[in-house]
Design a protein around this ligand. Sequence first.
Ligand code: ADP
Ligand code: CIR
Length: 434
Amino acid sequence: MHKRHDADSAAPRAPRPEQPVPSLLLRQCESIIDGELDHLRRVFRALELIETQELYREKYEDFTAYCLARWPRVVEWGFHPTRSYHKGSIMNYPNFPETCQSLLCKYLTPEVFEALKEKTTPNGFTLEQAIRSGVENPDSSIGVYAGDKESYEVFDRLFDPIIREYHGFDKSDRHQSNLNPEDLDAPNPDPEGAYILSTRIRVGRNMDGMPLGPAISKEERDEVEARVVSGLETLDGALRGRYYPLLGMSEAVQAQLIEDHFLFKEGDRFLESAGLNRDWPAGRGIYHNDDKTFLVWVNEEDQLRIISMQKGGDIKEVFTRLVEAINQIETKVPFSYSEHLGYITSCPTNLGTAMRASVHIALPKLSQDMERFREITDRHHLQIRGIHGEHSESEGGVYDVSNRRRLGITEVEAVQDMYNGVVELIEAEKALNA
Ligand code: ADP
Ligand code: CIR
């Protein structure tokens, strides 16, 4: 008997030894498929959701009958509705190394894995996608990303304990926002400019109704870029600026902007594994005013990173400019927000205020005693980073010190945490110099 030769049973064929230049037709076909793959994946996921959650029963007894009535073409094309679309790709419980310290390996127990492994969000985002970054990078501190707002509900058995441990925030808690600069008590802690080199406050934002970066399609990402840029082009006064797309930006300009702390780095392996670098650099860019005190990153880890920064330690001035910008942008681009989790972001560490308020601060003496340095920062809920951002090292005793908590506290409280800690760090450094 002849073996059936169809897509399911055929072994992958080796490419021909000599590689002729592909024809125009082949290249056109390949480019059509490349452009549509994301859509196809979402169709499969949506079909699977309807099947596995038996949503079709609202209309039909039988899933095949429902598909035939609703989308006869899909069945005609051979996408058999009762076949499981991606079950073959569901991974086994990940093999975390002994040394793994991430919150993912702490909270993805075999029971949680079993309960979540076949779930998908309405955008087709899976557990496998949510945990890929932490599985491929066992040195992650967290290790998970959300593909959409719904990920936080569908995969709550994993996200909730991570959120509880990182932010000290429970399922029943409600987030509160306060962006009023009048409520911030932060006179410049270093008017002489002896310690604080610069201050930067950023918030992450994503567009309401759009999937987040790990699940977004190229077309949706391009649409986000277009809508954000047209909103930014209406800004006036001190916020007026220009948008510089990454596509077409020279390598030299890009490198200089990164070196000067204005632009995001390329090729972060944590973001890469999370699917956040797909189609790079298309759809990404940076908007800034002339003196680069107000910047917006477009389509990096979040769809918007709104940034206010300047030299020195006038934290209140930086916060005031940021709030002005957020308020204006929000009238043009609706932000994704939940009563429980505040502003929705792709990394659970950024939920809530999505704010990181930092100073670059020179502490050459105190940093020789990291235990004492950490004792002060821990008490004020602060995080220490290197001088070129997350996962970088310090240079010349200069550190990036910022608020660690972002959810369950207001924006004013997050900046106040940073301010109070910085005041104490400066006092400690001064005492060591006396
Ligand atoms: P984010 O804060 O946006 O989450 P990073 O930690 O990667 O991301 O930092 C982004 C960039 O901002 C890096 O180049 C970093 O050096 C710069 N940066 C952070 N804080 C300050 C600051 N207070 N002054 C100047 N640059 C800063
Ligand atoms: C990680 O898990 O290490 C990366 N995905 C980044 C997490 C966010 N950063 C942080 O809390 N410092």
